[in-house]
Design a protein. Structure first.
Length: 132
């Protein structure tokens, strides 16, 4: 693995790498993307603030070891929601088709943070982009 591009190494490690998103407060991740299949491939898409997004049909929030987790039949990932604001964003997306800008305004969060959370959820297959 030495001397290879980081993307290639990450791809070869597959389910051994757990993509996580945290705030710049040192409190740990607000969400983690955990592979539940061996062939899972994770990539982060760019999400525009005005792009329509919605949660994939069949997605539910479940309890998992004291945290909440997104699960959906047929997906290669489960997303552990360690706490705010990831949990609030995920719950908001469950109920409606919306945009990053609308979620940010409704929850009074920075659009960049909402966009990052939505990108992780999209990369894991939970969020569907209306225009793609």
């Amino acid at each position: 693995l030495l001397g290879q591009a980081p993307e290639r190494v990450a791809h070869q490690l597959g389910g051994c790498v757990v993509p996580s998103l945290g705030l710049n407060d040192g409190a740990g991740p607000i969400l983690s993307v955990v592979a539940v299949t061996r062939d899972a491939v994770f990539s982060l898409p760019h999400i525009e603030d005005d792009e329509l997004v919605t949660m994939r049909r069949g997605t539910e929030i479940e309890r998992l070891n004291g945290d909440q987790a997104l699960a959906c039949p047929g997906l290669s990932y489960q997303v552990i929601l360690h706490g705010a604001p990831a949990t609030e964003i995920a719950k908001w997306l469950l109920g409606t088709e919306t945009t990053v800008a609308q979620v940010a305004e409704a929850l009074q969060l920075e659009p960049t943070l909402v966009s990052d959370v939505v990108a992780y959820l999209t990369g894991a297959g939970f969020v569907v982009l209306a225009g793609r």
